[in-house]
Design a protein around this ligand. Structure first.
Ligand SMILES: *Cc1c(COP(=O)(O)O)cnc(C)c1O
Length: 464
């Protein structure tokens, strides 16, 4: 099928735990049917997240040995700065311990209480930092992003109409910046087109509003542009990425995703004044501005990872793995969000388990059943993750009730993906036998991490 061969070979291996079905059933019961509460040594193929789970290259491991652990002025910082200037094109760089460290600094410097921050769909930590600074997030993504059946090629695009309406309603002086995510994680890893970035930039510039990218998966976005946008076929991913970033004033970055490291992030900006203020507050929350909460060796590994992320062969293979898993599942009739995004396949649990109501937690049940079936760990993104409305105390009922099957970078092979797809297809054949769940322990905040559940029937996957 539709998957490229790996553009790398293996020189170190990590043994995988292989539990029996009975051991897996005991493990998921002990974990309260919550995949977050499984121990990693109970998991065969771990597709919980692509965050911090990448395999580093030999060059990155070699770079770790070049750690310059000086408190200030580490040469690794200057190498990181060179990589960011060259690959992203931004002038000033502040390393942070991970993406949310950069979000914290940006939000606290730019947002004043009562401000509105438009963005192409929220992300959990991004919105939490905006709200913490007193801001109000406003979703300006196109409507197609909220429809699992829409196959719009750039489902992450900003709706210029929604953005224009916001400026008209609240006044651009109350909009400190637009937060532009590439790709859009919670829409399923969906990209934004260059054309849309250009138009968004033009509209924002007319109103004097800066743009800050959430560049977490910017290389994946650049690859989709190369594949899907007119006139981009012959361009390199690096060239496209540089043009993308030219439409913004800076970015926050989670190095744990596209930069191919296990920890790290940064804030980048072209705004000299913002940079000056950022160097003051980073010292309070992260560390001195030339290390920002990272060891020198971590900065060096990220400096190398940034260059590797725009390697055309690497990124083409990365996205082809996700596409391969998606087409295998689609061929087996398993309902998914389409088109398949850059980092994950999202199973549509609402139609997969059509016999369950949303109160019977279809996505949570499906993630638990998939683990019991195969030892594959995935994540619920539905009513449990959405939490309760702080005003009414009622469950939020999101339109999308999904199981996220996320691929770490350079970690698993086609054989692993076949196991995952076959397990999901087998489960789909016996979907009527999958029981719903009820929540028996509900934490007050971010409940999806530690909530516990029980099957509504005697067994999670019963025999009718
Ligand atoms: C992971 C992520 C972040 C936060 O980054 P961390 O490194 O986890 O702090 C921000 N935005 C998006 C879209 C992400 O996926």
């Amino acid at each position: 099928m539709d998957m490229l061969a790996e553009p790398y070979r293996i020189k170190m291996v990590e043994k995988l735990p292989m539990l029996s079905r009975r051991e897996r059933e005991a493990a998921i019961a002990r974990a309260g049917y919550n995949t977050f509460l499984l121990r990693s040594d109970e998991v065969y193929i771990d597709l919980l997240t692509d965050s911090g789970t990448s395999a580093m290259s030999d060059d990155q491991w070699a770079a770790m040995m070049h750690g310059d652990e000086a408190y200030s002025g580490s040469r690794n910082f200057f190498n990181l700065q060179d990589s960011v200037r060259e690959i992203y094109g931004f002038k000033h760089v502040i390393p942070t311990h991970q993406g949310r460290g950069a979000e914290h600094i940006l939000s606290s410097l730019l947002i004043k209480p009562g401000d509105y921050i438009p963005g192409n769909m929220y992300f959990t930590t991004t919105r939490a930092h905006q709200e913490r600074a007193g801001g109000i997030f406003v979703d300006v993504i196109i409507d197609e992003a909220h429809d699992p059946a829409s196959d719009h090629p750039f489902k992450g695009n900003v709706s210029l109409e929604k953005l224009e309406n916001l400026f008209a309603k609240v006044g651009p002086e109350n909009v400190p910046y637009l937060s532009l995510a590439v790709t859009v994680n919670l829409a399923g890893g969906q990209p934004v087109s260059l054309e849309n970035m250009r138009q968004t930039r033009e509209l924002c510039s007319r109103h004097g509003v800066p743009i800050y990218f959430d560049a977490t998966r910017c290389a994946e976005n650049a690859y989709f542009i190369q594949q899907r946008e007119e006139g981009c076929k012959e361009r390199s991913v690096a060239d496209i990425l540089l043009e993308m970033m030219s439409y913004g004033d800076g970015c926050t970055m989670s190095g744990k995703k596209d930069c191919l490291v296990n920890i790290g992030g940064f804030l980048a900006t072209n705004d000299g004044d913002l940079y000056e203020s950022a160097t003051e507050i980073v010292t309070l929350f992260e560390g001195f501005p030339t290390y920002g909460g990272l060891a020198g060796r971590d900065m060096e590994a990220m400096a190398v990872g940034i260059r590797e992320m725009v390697d055309d062969d690497y990124i083409a293979h990365r996205v082809s793995q996700v596409r391969y898993l998606g087409s295998y599942l689609e061929g087996a009739g398993v309902p998914l969000v389409k088109p398949v995004g850059g980092h994950a396949v999202f199973l549509d649990a609402r139609s997969f388990l059509a016999h369950l109501t949303q109160d019977e937690l279809p996505a949570q049940s499906l993630a638990a059943a998939l683990y019991a079936e195969s030892g594959v760990r995935t994540m619920e993104r539905g009513v449990v993750s959405a939490g309760r409305d702080p005003e009414t105390g009622q469950h939020r009922y999101p339109r999308l009730e999904l199981v996220r099957v996320t691929l770490p970078r350079r970690v698993y092979t086609r054989g692993h993906l076949d196991v995952v797809a076959e397990a999901a297809a087998t489960l789909y054949q016996k979907r009527d036998q999958i029981s719903g769940l009820r929540m028996v322990h509900e934490p007050a905040v971010l409940r999806f991490f530690t909530a516990r559940f029980e099957p509504l029937k005697e067994n999670l996957v019963g025999s009718e």
